[in-house]
Design a binder for this molecule. Structure first.
Ligand code: DMJ
Length: 604
């Protein structure tokens, strides 16, 4: 804690006499910074007056004058400090306290000014499909209107009961947060929901959100946050809001926040910590992660946002950080060609050899594909890494159950666990999205694989009482797509299954995907809607499930957005022009011929 009183000031120090042996390096004398650190350039010397006019060899004289000048300056500074201290001590405790506060405010103001300097202008990418006509089919229009009404219900209640908090407790009707957002009220739901509000045409609500962000979103807080979550929800959300609306404030906030995440990369390998304190910059990993490791799906899900940050600021620092991660991964051996979920950021070695396309691994694979798409298919290195990874996944993790359901298991301790997570269901959409451009022109195969995963995940919903999917489901001992353990039976408003329906709809226009999406929307409205918003449920096999009392921010960012897009025309955010980050925030494809990013030929 800061003392209110200055340290007692001692009288001006006695300086050593001037000495005269010239320094062996007369042009680079180490001039004293403070009396205690001073290194005298003349170890033994007797003062002599300077000759006038100066002879040619005047270096000794020059240094003596310089020494004299410094001596006088130090003395004057010291006396000034002494006077100021005496003056200060005459003041009351409260006056001193007030002065300190004023000084602090001044510094904070100046930092704020520095932080909000306008960023250099960059060519705006070609933004296509921000608006679209209403669907002509009345039934589809009505379904879309229903999704919009659900969004309004979620937003209104958050605004009324949780405004500024990260999330909402819809039953208790108050704010909610988890440790991924640290201990601050950073309005996660506002930032995450912005682009959904925008594309739904909820412009008043969008403006409310913008106003809150402008006035209240502050990142100089002493709060330890998840680098991954803050990146996908906040930076992704702010960037998407910027591109859609053109409002500078979102770009500025995204860049300010990114600056606060950078210290997380200060590890011996450059693989970032999972968490960083936004104020101190101190980072660390989750206690539960294998041997102090960072998580593949966390450090491998920064690429899209960081490339956009470099694009918008002209500063390659963000791009370099994520390319460094990629290079490091490329050099590493991979057991069976698979990427383990854990990597130690101190040693650069893998932790436990667990591999998953669900939690802990999922969006790493997604971002390899999307890095390629986002670069207008120029970043072929990313595409190759994706193709290699997917081939290994197909070989080792993808199986067909006895009942004919294709599933993606998890590699653990040398064997395949026949369990699939709700999170893994996003992969159906990913396979479909990556079909075009696949190796050996296996587009048909990957579209088919996407359809099979969509079918399996639909079965996991259909085999429950609530018609909502469990967190994890098994294909073992006669079981097919059902959860076994009580703690895997919950549904927390997750988007992945609906996300896959939407991608499959865009690529095939098979009406069953709209049908399945509508079934899910109705089930959510029936079983998760409460008067104070939407809540997760603890058991999808129970006809009267308990609520978990959390309205997740990704429900507004993803679940409702994918549903809305499922019942919209394809020219709303077309997939040739937009790439959705893993939190469903759309970022435009960058035709980067006109940027100065270095390092990867794709960006020259
Ligand atoms: C979201 O935050 C993102 O989709 C993330 O990639 C994983 N899961 C949640 C939603 O389930």
């Amino acid at each position: 804690s800061q003392s209110l009183y200055p340290h007692p000031i001692s009288p001006a120090p006695k300086l050593p006499p001037i000495n005269c042996t010239p320094s062996p390096f007369p042009h680079t004398p180490s001039l004293p910074q403070t009396p205690s650190q001073s290194v005298h350039p003349f170890p033994s010397c007797i003062p002599t007056p300077c000759p006038s006019p100066k002879p040619a060899l005047t270096s000794i004289c020059f240094f003596r004058e310089e020494e004299e000048r410094l001596r006088n300056k130090i003395r004057a500074d010291h006396e000034k400090a002494l006077e100021e201290a005496k003056e200060k001590l005459k003041k009351s405790r409260d006056e001193i306290r007030a002065e300190i506060q004023t000084e602090k405010n001044k510094v904070a103001q100046e930092m704020k000014k520095k932080d909000s300097k306008p960023l250099p202008p960059v060519p705006v990418p070609n933004l296509i499909g921000i608006n679209s006509e209403d669907p002509t089919d009345k039934d589809i229009r009505e379904k879309r209107d229903k999704i919009k009404e659900m969004m309004k219900h979620a937003w209104e209640n958050y605004r009324q009961y949780g405004w500024g908090h990260n999330e909402l407790k819809p039953i208790a009707r108050k704010g909610h947060s988890t440790n991924i957002f640290g201990n601050s009220q950073m309005g996660a739901t506002i930032v995450d929901a912005l682009d959904t509000l925008y594309i739904m045409g909820l412009h008043d609500e969008f403006r409310e959100g913008q106003d809150w962000i402008d006035k209240n979103l502050d990142f100089s807080v002493n709060s330890e946050v998840s680098v991954f979550e803050v990146n996908i929800r906040f930076i992704g959300g702010l960037l998407a809001a910027y591109y859609l609306s053109g409002q500078e404030v979102f770009k500025l906030k995204a860049v300010q926040l990114a600056g606060k995440l950078l210290p997380a990369f200060n590890t011996p390998t450059g693989i970032p910590w999972a968490m960083v304190n936004l104020k101190s910059g101190v980072g660390r990993n989750w206690g539960w992660a294998s041997a102090g490791s960072s998580i593949l799906a966390e450090f491998g899900t920064l690429h899209m946002e960081f490339v956009h940050l470099s694009y918008l600021t002209g500063d390659p620092v963000y791009y370099n950080k994520v390319m460094h991660i990629r290079k490091l991964l490329q050099k590493m051996d991979r057991p069976n060609g698979l990427y383990p979920n854990y990597l130690n950021p101190r040693t650069g070695r893998w932790g436990q050899h667990h591999t998953s396309v669900g939690g802990l691994g999922d969006s790493f694979y997604e971002y390899l594909l999307k890095a390629w798409l986002m670069s207008d298919k120029m970043d072929t290195e990313a595409r190759k890494m994706y193709d290699d990874a997917i081939e290994a996944i197909e070989r080792h993790l993808i199986r067909k159950s006895n009942g004919g359901l294709t599933y993606i298991g998890e590699w653990k301790n040398g064997h395949l666990e026949r369990k699939m997570g709700h999170l893994t269901c996003f992969a159906g959409g990913m396979f479909a999205l990556g079909a075009d451009g696949s190796r050996d022109d296996k587009a048909g195969h990957y579209l088919q694989l996407g359809a099979e995963i969509a079918h399996t995940c639909h079965e996991s919903y259909d085999r429950t009482t609530l018609k909502l999917g469990p967190e994890a489901f098994k294909f073992d001992g006669g079981l097919e797509a059902v959860a076994v353990r009580q703690n895997e039976k919950y549904y927390i408003l997750r988007p992945e299954v609906i996300e896959t329906y939407w991608y499959m709809w865009r690529f095939t226009h098979d009406p069953k995907y709209r049908q399945w999406g509508w079934e899910a929307a109705q089930a959510i409205d029936k079983y998760c809607r409460v008067s104070g918003g939407f809540s997760g449920v603890k058991d999808v096999y129970s006809s009267s499930p308990a609520y978990d009392d959390v309205q997740q921010s990704f429900f507004l960012a993803e679940t409702l957005k994918y549903l809305y897009l499922l019942f919209s025309n394809d020219d709303l955010l077309p997939l040739d022009n937009w790439v959705f980050n893993t939190e469903a925030h759309p970022l435009p494809v960058l035709h980067l011929a006109n940027t100065t990013l270095s390092g990867n030929p794709a960006y020259r």
